[in-house]
Design a protein around this ligand. Structure first.
Ligand SMILES: Cc1cc2nc3c(=O)[nH]c(=O)nc-3n(C[C@H](O)[C@H](O)[C@H](O)COP(=O)(O)OP(=O)(O)OC[C@H]3O[C@@H](n4cnc5c(N)ncnc54)[C@H](O)[C@@H]3O)c2cc1C
Length: 517
């Protein structure tokens, strides 16, 4: 295709179908890059007319499915057990109440304008299907700072437990690795494998990669921070000396902290929703106002001759209700579906019982922005203690106060310890961990609020955590349709623990309904 024809075609696509159509054209020509949004289920308008679908759960998966099914003419009802749509896509603001299965209750007391996302918070740039809805609905986005070299890393096993800056640790690890590689080159490790000129280029690569000196040795550099910061006049900067290698090797820094933002789903650019992630849920809920029934706890599923009967309890009036449908989209979290009175296969139930739903949790404080006084603007500090991660707000810099995420815990053992404590116990534990990262700030931390997802009614966990082996064993049983039931939710995707996974699973469920029609 000539450049001129291509240009004309793109102009027309853009004029007729907007940016989305123009981008599809570019992709078809092989000149667009990055992840494409999953194609929306291509159901002809009117395809679902005369057909009824009940969607179980008004999280993102349920609401995406409902929205797309309605576009194709299906009559849809969404049954949601809690009193709000959104599921895990939730934001807490002052006056909100968090009640756990045990009955433990917290009332959020953040200052007006401040908020806390206890579940999803960040969006990778390639989560194109979720981002397409954000664009379409006008959900405002802003950068999420996922890595900040001025933030801290701390390991009880090294440097007497004192925190170091990520910058210092990152620079030292790179310096050490580059020096070792340079020594290998000097001993002939690449002789014969590359030409003499290439060998010189490799040395140049290592020098720049590790900030090595002329002798290809790591002797410290300003990348690691400054012993003396640059000033005016004679105030020349001074690089800090290299960190003690033995101490560096005691810590687990390279296992998590220093390569976190190298992972594709943690790499810049990360995004967040301005004002709270629940704006995404609210945008869907607004468009589904007439079809979402809140306070509707699904209690039983049974096949009928024409589809299925869904029994549910109206939690407001405590009355039993039932409704028939041709198909049912089940988006209930794994641990909930595993124990539901439903005629699903034994294989699916067993698989759901085997899947670990991670007992992750978060705890937030309101505080004056002391971290910005330390040059920390956004980003994450890490500790080897249970609190795992501390997040600094990515926006609102220099405001008087902010929400500090004092702990984001996602590993199973610390997650269970966190969940086993009551809210006051969690707060005390997180305060103790924070005192190691930021000594002396304890009196500044106020209005703690925590969510331990394993303790949340109608959730019982944060996300489905598959082992690599389970992808080959239980995964198929979990996501496979069993007509008239089709299954969606983040655990039915290869992106569990991500909103994008919920969206993609819903698209797949809608396509399955169309196929099984
Ligand atoms: C701590 C944490 C951090 C996360 N971080 C991120 C992040 O940074 N970025 C990101 O993209 N994603 C993140 N996620 C993942 C994201 O929140 C989920 O993937 C997504 O919100 C799941 O949507 P869903 O529709 O599959 O499930 P849900 O949102 O759980 O929806 C299921 C719905 O079913 C309802 N329900 C349950 N039982 C019944 C019943 N018996 N009857 C009727 N309704 C019922 C529930 O109340 C709920 O509303 C995080 C999640 C957690 C918990």
């Amino acid at each position: 295709m000539s450049a001129l024809t291509r240009r004309l075609l793109l102009e027309r696509l853009g004029a007729a179908g907007g940016l989305g159509a123009a981008m599809l054209g570019l992709r078809a020509m092989g000149v667009a890059w990055g992840a494409a949004p999953s194609p929306l289920p291509a159901l002809p308008a009117g395809h679902g007319v005369g057909r009824k679908v009940i969607v179980l759960g008004a999280g993102l998966a349920g609401m995406v499915a409902a929205l797309e099914l309605r576009k194709a003419g299906y009559a849809v009802t969404v049954l949601e057990a809690t009193d709000r749509a959104g599921g895990r896509c939730r934001t807490l603001r002052t006056g909100d109440v968090v009640t756990e299965t045990s009955g433990a209750t917290q009332r959020v007391a953040l200052s007006p304008g401040l908020y806390f996302n206890p579940g999803p918070a960040r969006i990778p740039h390639f989560h194109a299907s979720l981002l397409r809805y954000c664009r379409e609905f006008g959900v405002p986005l802003e950068p999420f700072i996922n890595e900040n070299r001025a933030a801290l890393v701390q390991d009880d096993a090294a440097f007497a437990g004192a925190p170091r800056t990520l910058r210092e640790v990152q620079a030292n690890l790179r310096g050490v690795v580059a020096e070792i590689a340079a020594k290998g080159l000097a001993r002939g490790a690449m002789d014969g494998a590359v030409t003499v000129e290439e060998l010189e280029r490799l040395r140049d690569l290592l020098r720049r990669f590790g900030a090595l000196d002329r002798d290809l040795a790591w002797r410290g550099d300003l990348r690691a921070g400054a012993a003396v910061w640059p000033g005016a006049g004679d105030a020349a900067p001074e690089a800090p000396p290299p960190l003690d290698l033995h101490q560096l090797l005691r810590a687990d820094f390279w296992a998590y902290n220093t390569q976190h933002a190298e992972e594709i789903d943690q790499a810049a650019t990360m995004l967040q929703v301005s004002g709270g992630v629940d704006r995404i849920a609210a945008a869907f809920a607004e468009r589904l106002r007439e079809v979402i029934v809140t306070g509707a706890e699904v209690t039983r599923l049974r096949r009928t001759e024409t589809g299925a009967r869904v029994a549910w309890r109206d939690r407001t009036t405590d009355t039993a209700r039932a409704e028939d449908a041709h198909a049912v989209v089940v988006t209930l979290p794994g641990p909930i579906l595993a124990e539901l009175d439903a005629d699903i296969s034994a294989a699916k139930r067993d698989a759901l019982r085997e899947l670990l739903y991670m007992p992750a949790g978060k705890l937030a404080f309101e505080a004056p922005r002391f971290w910005e006084e330390q040059g920390i603007y956004g980003g994450i500090s890490w500790t080897s203690r249970d609190s795992t991660q501390v997040w600094y707000p990515s926006s609102g810099f220099h405001a008087s106060r902010g929400v500090l995420l004092g702990a984001y815990i996602w590993d199973e053992a610390p997650g269970r310890r966190f969940a086993a404590r009551d809210p006051a116990g969690r707060e005390a534990a997180v305060r103790a961990d924070l005192a190691v990262l930021h000594p002396g700030v304890d009196p500044l931390l106020q209005s703690a609020v925590s969510v331990a997802w394993g303790e949340m009614p109608f959730q019982k966990g944060a996300w489905g955590e598959y082992t690599a082996a389970q992808r080959g064993t239980i995964y198929r049983a979990i996501h496979r349709a069993e007509p008239p039931y089709v299954f969606a939710g983040e655990h039915c995707s290869w992106l569990p623990g991500w909103m994008e996974g919920a969206v993609l699973s819903a698209h797949a469920a809608v396509a399955a309904i169309a196929t099984n029609r």
